[in-house]
Design a binder for this molecule. Structure first.
Ligand code: AMP
Ligand code: GLY
Length: 424
């Protein structure tokens, strides 16, 4: 089988490594991929948002199955265009991808179906939004409606910050047209848990839970990033939280999407906050999370390709989806200064015997050398029988990888471990 993966980060690398475990996979192309991925797949320099070029490549290369892993192409309708030329895909069509593509859609959808989430208001006029903020409860969260590279949600601890957020998003158009509308929502408190699920439109199967670390620096300091590390399973996703999430959030979401004529095929990501009133939805994503995938897929014992094909064709209830009982930890090694200013172009050294545990996100290949080319450079994942061992092993991997100006947090999983120890 010839497979095409659309995207080019650590998540895509983790997906590719897992797919390669299936012996029917002859070849994987990755568009555009990166220097690290090119060791496992043929990287093709086509941008993940250039839908006509992706479709053209898929037709010429006679691709059997496409995995559209990244949010932008999904929201733009990449799956719809590939389906039109007869190529089956993993991932939702445009109609279903709107669950991530529009915050206004997702909030209204949850309200229509009684799915627990933060209370909110929607504005398309900055004057009205600013007027509302005069008396709105503070802290609050201001969110651009459309996609904004994961940076469109601004948690505002003061009224002044909220006013600036509305100005930046709606008047200065920091995120372009994505800021034509904003959602202003209630601030929620509690630990965050990511629950990725497989869905074929009817059946939904949750994967092992995980917890991201969004702040750049050790001690949860610094700016928000795309994610500096993850652990799975999340100790905050207790049996009680899991049962409530399934009954009140996960199952109703998938059946309501179908009832609204938007059956969801692919990976539906539930960003949950475990509040004192139970789990509530922070966000939906229409794809695997990054870096959650780098801990979730290494724990998957079943065959990923068979599961993916079932999400596309139906019959997910008949395919085994089993996770190991152990734990995983992924530590992201970044370029010092990320997410602001950082230098790149430094050579990366990864010993061969650990390369299977490394998912490369920001690197390019030049004259046979792997050089840093992004803020988040790679993730090192370790799997073990328990969380503590997984964390220790992941940090041992990091010590064996080197590049100039490397930075990584030294406390990935620390809070999770403390929470786990408190439970026992
Ligand atoms: P989002 O892009 O909606 O996932 O938001 C990004 C991050 O902002 C989340 O992972 C949370 O840490 C935070 N956040 C978003 N919405 C809320 C909320 N209503 N209350 C508290 N924090 C939030
Ligand atoms: N880790 C958050 C995301 O993938 O959106």
């Amino acid at each position: 089988m010839k497979i095409m993966v659309v995207g080019g980060g650590g998540r895509e690398h983790a997906i590719i490594k897992k797919l390669l475990e299936n012996k029917t996979v002859e070849k994987i192309y990755c568009l555009p991929g990166n220097g690290g991925i090119s060791r496992d797949a043929e990287c093709v320099p086509i941008s993940s948002t250039d839908i006509p070029a992706i479709v053209d490549f898929a037709a010429k290369t006679k691709i059997d199955y496409a995995v559209v892993a990244q949010d932008d192409p999904l929201i733009l309708g990449c799956v719809d265009e590939l389906n039109k030329i007869g190529i089956p895909c993993f991932g939702p069509d445009k109609k279903a991808a709107i669950i991530e593509g529009s915050k206004v859609f997702s909030k209204d959808f949850m309200k229509r179906h009684g799915i627990p989430t933060a209370a909110y208001e929607v504005f398309d006029d900055p004057k009205k939004a600013l007027e509302y903020l005069k008396t709105a409860p503070i802290p609050t969260v201001v969110k651009a409606d459309g996609p904004a590279l994961g940076k469109g949600a601004l948690v505002c601890m003061t009224r002044e910050e909220a006013v600036s957020a509305v100005r930046e998003i709606m008047e200065d158009k920091k995120f372009g047209k994505s800021g034509d509308r904003v959602v202003i929502e209630e601030f929620m408190e509690g630990p965050e848990v990511s629950v990725l699920t497989f869905s074929d439109g009817d059946t939904v199967i949750p994967m092992v839970s995980s917890t991201d670390h969004k702040r750049a620096l050790t001690g949860d300091l610094g700016l928000n990033t795309g994610g500096m590390g993850t652990v799975a399973p999340s100790p905050y996703y207790t049996k009680e939280a899991e049962n409530a999430a399934l009954e009140k959030i996960i199952l109703p979401t998938v059946s309501a999407m179908k009832a609204e004529g938007r059956p969801f095929h692919g990976c539906l990501y539930f960003g949950l906050m475990i509040t004192k009133d139970g789990p509530k939805v922070v966000e939906y994503n229409c794809r695997f999370g990054d870096p959650e995938t780098q801990v979730v897929l290494p724990l998957l014992k079943s065959d990923l390709l068979s599961i993916m094909l079932a999400t596309t064709n139906g019959g997910l209830d008949k395919v085994p989806v089993e996770f190991s009982d152990g734990a995983a930890c992924c530590v992201i090694m970044a370029s010092k200064g990320y997410p602001e200013k950082y230098e790149k172009g430094f050579e990366i050294t990864i010993p061969d015997e650990i390369s299977q545990s490394v998912y490369v996100a920001g690197a390019k290949l030049e004259n046979g050398k792997l050089l840093t080319s992004g803020g988040r450079v790679l993730g090192a994942t370790a799997v073990a029988k328990d969380l503590k061992t997984a964390i220790d092993k992941a940090y041992k991997l990091c010590e064996r990888i080197s590049f100039d100006n490397a930075y990584y947090r030294t406390d990935i999983g620390k809070k999770a471990l403390a929470a786990l120890e408190k439970e026992v």
